[in-house]
Design a protein. Structure first.
Length: 95
């Protein structure tokens, strides 16, 4: 895939236009809501995990990793993040 990748968030119940989250430069491979759905985390083959404010779509922060990310998960408190990478490694992060 070439060009910027994006995530769109739509409120189906209200029919409001989607919120577009731009920033990833490769395929988005996972999404995770956290913080009572006030934050949306995304991971990508561009080697980053990004945290977005919901609603609004403001980028709150990002974590750069050493390899493309195929999937990720977090504990309930969102103090640990596990990323699964294209280099066949799982990495655990304290966040």
């Amino acid at each position: 895939m070439t060009g910027p990748c994006r995530v769109e968030r739509t409120a189906i119940s209200t029919g409001s236009p989607p919120t577009t989250l731009t920033g990833h430069s490769a395929t988005v491979t996972g999404l995770l809501f956290a913080g009572s759905e006030t934050q949306l985390y995304s991971c990508s083959l561009d080697q980053t995990v990004r945290c977005w404010a919901c609603p609004g779509g403001t980028l709150l922060g990002q974590l750069a990793t050493p390899a493309p990310i195929r999937a990720f998960a977090a504990n309930q408190e969102l103090t640990r993040l596990v990323t699964a990478h294209a280099d066949q490694l799982l990495r655990v992060w304290d966040v």
